[in-house]
Design a protein around this ligand. Sequence first.
Ligand code: ZN
Length: 252
Amino acid sequence: MANKYFSWSFDDGLEQDKRIIQILKKYGIGATFHLNSGLFGVRRYISRIGNLGMHETPADQFEARSFHLLPASHHYRIPKEELKAVYAGFEIASHTVGHVNLAKCSEEERKRQIKEDVDALSSLFEQEITGFSYPFGAGAKQSRDALSQAGIRYARLATATGSFSFPDDPLNMPLTCWHISPKTFQTLDQFIREKPQEEDMFFLMFAHGYEFDFGTKESNWEKLEKICETVSSHDDIICCSISDAFRMHENR
Ligand SMILES: [Zn+2]
């Protein structure tokens, strides 16, 4: 029989990840965290309109800028010395050294942003880094060679398709759902109802930790917990990191 996999994918390595990890552990759920090795400890604020985080502001410039009147969340990245303990037991994946738009980099810079991030993360966390997510969801077309050369086996975009399939092209992997979607539970219910026949099924859920601090109808900590409670309560859903889902899928 085919299997059903559910993975969370969290970007940027933020202080909110500590609270996320408490919730994941409570429900026994694996996940993947995509970090930028050149930005550990950097503190910014992120403004938002509705459910959309829209502008990062350095902490020391925050009060001086007019858009501080918009609601904002902390975008504080976890300092390097805490990282290993915080993320113990979870998959670490690359997100470039400096959170750059890979579509706008030179070939040389693209290679450096990927290779140096993979090297830094694998030595810091003492785990093989095979996962990646594109900052701003950009640059998939230009980055294939650099990703393959760095040993990356899957790379996540930022576009949601609602699909429950493993991607045909793992270096061009869309999301199933961004947690802030009003259709999150509808999509999840459909995933729960469907029974895999020949093909394995895969639900990839995406979030940034700061989004849960918004406290809006569609983006809040209770919703995160409800999603985790829902998927973990179904014995036929394997809740694991993205690389574990790929590994089990490929070895079946
Ligand atoms: Zn990011």
